[in-house]
Design a protein around this ligand. Sequence first.
Ligand code: ZN
Ligand code: ZN
Length: 313
Amino acid sequence: MTSQKSQKGPIVSSASTQDYVSEEGTLQHKIAVLVLVVSPLVGLVYALYTLWGDRATWLDVALLIGGWQLTGLGVTIGFHRMLTHDGFKAKWYVKAFFLALGSMAFEGAAAIWKAIHTIHHKYSDKEGDPHSPLQGFWYAHMWWLFTGPTPAERRYARTFMSKDPMLAFFSKTFPLWCVVSLVVPFLIGGISGYWGNTHAWSWGSAWQAFVWGGLVRVGLTNHATWSVNSVCHTWGSRMFITSDRSMNNWIVALFSAGEGWHHNHHRFPRSPRHGLAWYQFDPSWIVIWCMSKVGLVWGLEETLPNWRSEVLS
Ligand SMILES: [Zn+2]
Ligand SMILES: [Zn+2]
């Protein structure tokens, strides 16, 4: 069992007033975030229209759900529980696999994701938190995206990359992975035409798959993650004493592969298991546990907490 100290200790220990410094995002950054927020909504309207018109296929639905779950696990297992919190050790190819998937989620390069989340844990619901609902629910959900990245986040990211060559590689090639995540469903959709009536490449199916498995999938994954920042610091239940406003929310957990057990996570940040009680469904933990059984990941015994004695009555 791990000590209380290792669960509570900040990932970056040196507190700095520079962490509080915020700055307006560049126009280029704001336009990129605007496209990120708006294009999935446009895609969703088109996707619902094709559903109504009976043009959507089961392949489109499968690409949406499959892409959402896979890139979501890239974020929850790869970016969050492995990279940011060091909850377990992994074979190099397992680490690469999940960092690649996480990079396809359009949630920023891995190093900046780790930097922002590290600062969130350091100043949870206090001055310096990049996305606290104390600044407004919608600010915590997505308006905060328009302001960054801050100088402190960039400084943290550079430090992380200097110590981890694989992290540096995936962070520097982040745009490439975003493109790959859109091209893959497009190609699968187009190739599916060979099994259809025309037995040829289908531009219509390629476009459909791009909208469902690309645009709508990005929106679904992002809103699931953003809900952890907004909903899980606003509504839900608490099991432990923590100095922040973090909550457990089972609905968010369902949509975010278990990340909705966010209050548990704030109390035991290094734990790779967020759904601690048997009824707290945590798919990311199930995947990590299965990988540990075949030797792909290890070190869980050092980070799993002895949580039962701390549960509030
Ligand atoms: Zn939080
Ligand atoms: Zn965390």
